[in-house]
Each structure stands twice: as C-alpha cells, then as structure tokens.
Design a binder for this molecule. Structure first.
Ligand SMILES: NC(=O)c1ccc[n+]([C@@H]2O[C@H](COP(=O)([O-])OP(=O)(O)OC[C@H]3O[C@@H](n4cnc5c(N)ncnc54)[C@H](OP(=O)(O)O)[C@@H]3O)[C@@H](O)[C@H]2O)c1
Length: 253
C-alpha cells in the first residue's frame, strides 16, 4: 500500500468503477461511493487480488447528509484524503423547448451541485495532503450538441468549476483538473432512457462521429484520471482534458 487514499464517486459503474480498480491496483486505499450495493460489493470482490483496497460506501450524492457522513467517515477510517474523483453523473435527453425543470434540476444536482459540495467538504483534507481533484466532465462541456441541453450546460459548468477551484487552491498546493470524454461504453445512456436498439445504433454512429472510429472504454478514461492524479501531472492544474477519439474536433453530423 502507498498510504494514499482516493475517494471516488460513481464507483459502482462505468468510468468510476474502472478508476476505482486502477487506483486499487496502484496501492491506493479506495473509498468507492454509490447507491448500488450489489455492484459495489462486486467491485470490492474484483479488487481482492489487487495491491490496494476498496471500501465501499453507500449513499445518494445529492443528499447533503450522506456527503457529510461520507467525508467524515473517510477521515475517521483512514485519517487522510489524497485524491477526489467526481465521476457520478446522469444524462437525460431534451432540448430548449422540452427539457422539464425537473430534469434540469436533476442533472444540475447530480452532475454539478454534488461535485461542488463534495469538493468543498474535501478541501481541508486535500490541503493537508497537497492532494488533488479530478472531475469527470464531457466533450459536451466544451462543444454544443443538440438535444442534450441540460447535460451540456452541467458539464460546461463543471469545466468552469474545475478552473475556478484550481485557481483558488493552487496556492495551497492542491491541483484540480477535469477529463472530457467522448462517447464511452458504460450504463450512462441506457440509464438515461435510451433503448437497447437505440444504444446499438448510437454506438454504431460513434464510429463516424469519433475520428478515431470507435467509442471509448472506461479503462481508457481511468488511465487519464490516474495520470492527472499522479505526481507525473504535478505541473498540471485547471486543465480540461479531451479524451474523445477526436470527437471535439468534428462538426455536428
Ligand atoms: N459514458 C459516456 O459516454 C460519458 C461521456 C462523457 C462523460 N461521461 C461522464 O462520466 C461520468 C461517469 O458516467 P458513466 O458513463 O460511467 O455512467 P454510468 O455507468 O451510468 O455510471 C454513473 C455512476 O454515477 C452514479 N450516480 C448517479 N446518480 C447518483 C446519485 N444520485 N448518487 C450517487 N451516485 C450516483 C451511479 O451510481 P449508482 O448506480 O450506484 O447510483 C454510477 O456509479 C459521468 O459524470 C458522465 O456524465 C460519460
């Protein structure tokens, strides 16, 4: 064990799960946060042979009391926090005319407000270790896409949250960066309402919309998250890193 502690939200699935396994494979003690107990239990089982450890913690990221307890229990258990990965997120399609206030609020709550509040609670502990934060944003934070309006806005705000927080915390020795993936094969879109058939077509279309010719894998994004959290990225802060098979370079089609 390297003695370092990483707190990862969205760890029960997709990018957060892949990140939890990678940090645990690199001797971190990982606190894996999510709501799905069986998926988090499976994650812990999958980490048993790794050099680090995974302890899971159940809760809803939008509940302030859950976040408060998550941070205080993490510090009580491990005595420190070195890395925060804000990966929890949801998507729902909708345009300027048909996005309900309820959907808008849900996406802002999970994707933005929760990351803000959890980061705020973690700051004193990250300052103590000169640790860092990696936010999972999206190519939709830097580019406009039709019919995912609220999601795009939540991710653009995540990018600015990243830059503002980085600026404020740099003098305290804490770095803050974001990754901006293109389409990655996870549960996100189906959970957001896409049917199996539509998801298959969406992934087929990703071969055209991503210049590299395919959608991404959660492990590829986890690699970048791990790099940004590592000492190798000691001079990188406030960055929003595209990892998208070139998606951000294309025009809408
Ligand atoms: N997949 C893509 O194409 C893509 C592209 C760009 C960016 N992203 C971003 O990547 C991040 C990870 O998404 P993913 O693709 O890995 O999706 P995913 O497989 O659906 O995972 C989403 C995670 O967020 C957690 N979550 C959602 N709402 C929550 C809540 N209220 N409280 C606690 N946890 C909650 C889920 O936990 P539970 O299931 O346990 O509730 C799950 O672990 C998101 O921020 C997403 O916006 C994804």
């Amino acid at each position: 064990m390297n003695g370092k502690v990483a707190l990862i939200t969205g760890a029960s699935s997709g990018i957060g799960r892949a990140s939890a396994l990678l940090f645990a494979a690199n001797e971190y003690s990982v606190v894996a946060f999510g709501r799905n107990e069986s998926e988090l239990g499976a994650l812990r089982d999958d980490s048993r042979e790794l050099s680090g450890s995974v302890k899971f913690y159940l809760g809803d990221i939008t509940e302030v009391s859950h976040v408060d307890r998550l941070v205080s229990d993490t510090i009580d258990s491990f005595g420190r926090l070195d890395v925060l990965v804000n990966a929890a997120g949801i998507i729902k399609s909708g345009n300027i005319q048909d996005t309900s206030l309820d959907d808008w609020d849900k996406m802002m709550n999970v994707n933005l407000r929760s990351a803000f509040y959890l980061t705020q609670k973690c700051v004193p502990h990250l300052v103590a270790t000169k640790g860092n934060v990696v936010n999972v944003s999206s190519v939709t934070g830097t580019r406009a896409f039709p019919n995912v309006l609220a999601y795009c806005v939540s991710k653009a705000a995540t990018d600015q949250l990243t830059r503002c927080t980085a600026l404020e915390l740099a003098p305290k020795g804490v770095r803050v960066n974001a990754v901006n993936p293109g389409v990655v094969v996870t549960n996100l879109h189906k959970r957001g309402g896409m049917s199996d058939g539509d998801y298959e077509k969406f992934l087929e279309n990703a071969k055209n919309t991503h210049p590299i010719g395919r959608a991404g894998k959660p492990e590829e994004v986890a690699d970048l998250i791990y790099f940004l959290a590592s000492e190798k990225a000691a001079w990188i802060t406030g960055a929003t890193y595209e990892i998208d098979g070139g998606r951000a370079q294309t025009c809408a089609r």
